[in-house]
Design a binder for this molecule. Sequence first.
Ligand code: PLP
Length: 390
Amino acid sequence: MNINQNYFNLKDSYLFSTIAEKVEDFTKRNPEKDVIRLGIGDVTLPLAPAVTDAMQNAVAEMGKAETFRGYRSDMGYDFLRHAVAGYYRKKGVALEETEIFISDGAKSDTGNILDIFGKDNVVLIPDPVYPVYVDTNIMSGNKIIYMNGNEENGFLPLPDYNIKCDIIYLCSPNNPSGAVYTKQQLKQWIDYALENEAVILFDSAYEAFVRGDDLPTSIYQVDGAKRCAVEVCSLSKTAGFTGTRCGYTIFPHDCKAGDVSLNRLWLRRQSTKFNGVSYIVQRGAEAVFTEEGMKQTRQNIDYYLDNAKRIAAALKERGIWFAGGENSPYIWFKCPKGMSSWEFFDHLLSESNIVGTPGAGFGKNGEGFFRLSAFGSRENVIRAMERLEI
Ligand code: PLP
């Protein structure tokens, strides 16, 4: 039996297990200390009532012979694709419903998408980055070129025309840096992708955190994107679906490799390997896009954004450089006194009893930086910022 040798090229991911071990060790040694966790990238507020009501109705339908549903379209139910198209219309983006594929979340699609691309592609990935892009490309044996995010470019790298590539990963608002590309910056990427005949895989998992009209919430708000970009999105952060699982990926019909439509390839891939998302979950997802659902889920995001603002204000007060903190649930800052990410992790845990995420876990350019997340409770954020010793 041959196995995929590329798996041996993956680095073991010790980030979250090391954090857990260090925190456990600290709390064992200091049982009286009240440790506040601001490291997590998972939401904490419950699903909105509009969503749970819709799912409960759907459960009842599944329990009656007249309304029971079995296998259905692997692209997703028409009602949900219709709702997603309506959501994009409000952003000023016209989509055909056949361009929308419902998924069980952005992680699966960002990984599975490599099925439709051939071998030997050159892949451009920002550093620091959401680790799934890197690991899935290593599994596929692709050549990765990293583009440097740093303090100088505000962790928003721009194209370098000396580099030729086939696939480009962009994530905005970004995990881990919280930085958001402007329309002009995305336009530069689109022009570059079109010139290189490359595809942009645009991860907009945190789009709902963007407030104000000047920053894009979808790459399709920028001219030319439909010819070169696939957009992956999720209700995980938009509506607290991290445990419920639903997302969507847009393959515009005009996005092609030569004269082959990526949409057709993805449809073929999905109909072979995917049997769709549960009816109950899709009804819950549909409810997110109703007026009431939008209002309720936006309230939760406002709550996290307010947390982010408080963390950003505390860092500003202490004169620390940071990115994010607005239009994003993440605050990404420079470790003080030249400390490494892990040195600062230990310092923050022992001096302030706060847990965050060392930037080094997101790539080499993350070394010397640190991520705090706004997904905790307001009370914990306030207490943590009061005692933040930097
Ligand atoms: N993309 C980014 C940038 C993320 O940070 C995450 C989760 O943290 C995901 C995708 C995964 O989202 P999902 O829960 O939809 O799989």
